[in-house]
Ligand binder design. Structure first.
Ligand SMILES: [Zn+2]
Length: 172
């Protein structure tokens, strides 16, 4: 009986983890590994459960499908002809929810990047983009740390600085 309960608990836990990664998510993870960044996936302990994140390094990534998250100006972000009003309101809701997730993570002081599905097609340009983002935020963090050391700013100041920086970089 105890054994059965354990098995049930185990399988329930496994089914919670069983959300299969999409191809764009796998592409992003693979490039992150190549660039030497460690990460966790589907980080439920952070608001909005980002697809990939590293809490101690202070960053989070969302990998968005262009259709479902309605990537503005993207050829993949089509609006189905049937039930057009339904789809428009659905996309609007999704976009609002996405923006809320990003804001709530930024409010905790994390840098947030949205990677769109269409940006994962070319591994080379995905690599360039991710590398540029990490390089920029590392030098920004380094500058802020230097500033903090010389002027003795409170840690909160550093967090705010990082938030300001990432707001500019989340516009995909
Ligand atoms: Zn797109």
């Amino acid at each position: 009986m105890v054994r059965l309960q354990t098995d049930a608990a185990t399988s329930r836990r496994m089914s919670n983890q069983a959300r299969l990664a999409t191809h764009p998510e796998l592409a992003v993870r693979s490039v992150l590994r190549e660039l030497g960044h460690s990460y966790r996936v589907n980080v439920l302990s952070m608001p909005g459960s980002p697809d990939v994140a590293n809490r101690s390094r202070g960053w989070a990534l969302f990998v968005h499908g262009c259709f479902w998250h309605h990537h503005r100006g993207c050829g993949r972000a089509t609006i189905p002809g049937r039930n057009r009003a339904f789809w428009l309101s659905k996309f609007k809701r999704n976009a609002r929810r996405d923006a809320e997730k990003i804001r709530s993570i930024q409010a905790l002081g994390y840098d947030v990047l949205v990677v769109w599905e269409c940006q994962t097609v070319s591994r080379e340009s995905l690599r360039t983009r991710l590398n540029a983002w990490f390089t920029a935020r590392e030098s920004s963090v380094a500058n802020l740390v230097g500033l903090q050391a010389s002027r003795n700013h409170a840690p909160q100041r550093l967090r705010n600085g990082m938030t300001g920086y990432e707001q500019g970089s989340t516009r995909a």
